[in-house]
Unconditional design. Structure first.
Length: 299
């Protein structure tokens, strides 16, 4: 009986040791991590360097990376093709995801969707000049067109001391009374000038219309007025030429050029003498008789 009890004790100890070994082995075995769902990514354009405001974006300054969808902006640019020819509408910093709201094309900027200053090349200025249907080439001008500037001045003879136009009325007998006829001269001045924008840069806020009542006739949308100003890209000195012509109340007309015609030409100033000589116009002499200009009475 005693021997049997001893065997049972030894067997229990052995089973305990085996259980301890199994437990130890299980504890030493590395735990398999729980399987994580795959991260969904999308392509985004990331700036490799600071891109200053108003800069034409260089594709070499941008890298396309895989970015988690959860943290990528909804309007993130996804390829370099969408950045070609685009300008930075705001400062973009290195490591920043480029968003669609940060960039604009030249046409979008010219349409007023961003700062116009980014479209002005270094050494140039944007100068506004008033136009009407005649001076604005029948309103055919569009952004990006090239024009020549024609200016006509009206010269008057003046008294050197007083700068008053002749004839002077000094109250002396024999003084000539009347109005002096100006002497005209027209010349092609600025050439191949780029049109930055036609019309005002200001876009008025959209007016909310009242709800149409039953039976009320629907009103046609108002026709926008024709443009009254054109913005030209010129060097600073040429901006002064346009300023002087406007202040001198000269007649300024724009002539539309072919976009492939970049050659500058030399022209002669056109005066009355030029017209007479070139077209062989004979000036009638003063005579004692004239032609009847009245139409005969109808019967």
């Amino acid at each position: 009986m005693r021997r049997r009890s001893r065997l049972l004790l030894i067997l229990g100890i052995l089973l305990a040791i085996v259980a301890m070994l199994i437990t130890y082995t299980m504890l030493q075995k590395p735990q398999q991590p729980a399987e994580q769902p795959p991260v969904v990514t999308r392509k985004v354009a990331v700036a490799l360097q600071d891109i200053p405001y108003g800069t034409l974006i260089d594709p070499l300054a941008v890298e396309i990376r895989d970015w988690p969808v959860d943290t990528a902006p909804a309007d993130a640019v996804g390829n370099t093709a969408d950045l070609a020819g685009k300008y930075a509408k705001t400062a973009i910093f290195a490591g920043q995801i480029i968003q669609a709201k940060m960039i604009a094309s030249p046409s979008e900027l010219a349409a007023g969707e961003g700062p116009a200053s980014v479209l002005v090349p270094v050494g140039m200025v944007a100068y506004p000049f008033p136009i009407d249907e005649l001076s604005g080439v029948s309103y055919a001008l569009k952004s990006g067109d090239r024009v020549d500037v024609l200016i006509t001045f009206r010269f008057l003879q003046v008294d050197r001391e007083t700068q008053v136009a002749f004839p002077l009325d000094r109250g002396q007998p024999g003084d000539i009374q009347g109005v002096q006829i100006p002497r005209l001269v027209s010349q092609l001045t600025l050439q191949n000038v780029q049109v930055l924008r036609v019309g005002s840069w200001y876009v008025p806020p959209v007016q909310t219309t009242q709800q149409q009542q039953p039976g009320q006739q629907q009103q046609a949308p108002a026709t926008p007025p024709p443009p009254a100003v054109v913005t030209l890209l010129v060097p600073q000195q040429d901006a002064l030429v346009l300023q002087f012509a406007r202040e001198a109340k000269a007649t300024v007309e724009l002539a539309l050029r072919n976009p492939n015609d970049q050659e500058e030409v030399t022209t002669q100033a056109v005066t009355l003498d030029y017209m007479l000589a070139r077209f062989n116009i004979t000036v009638p002499i003063l005579r004692d008789e004239s032609l009847e200009t009245l139409k005969p009475a109808t019967r």
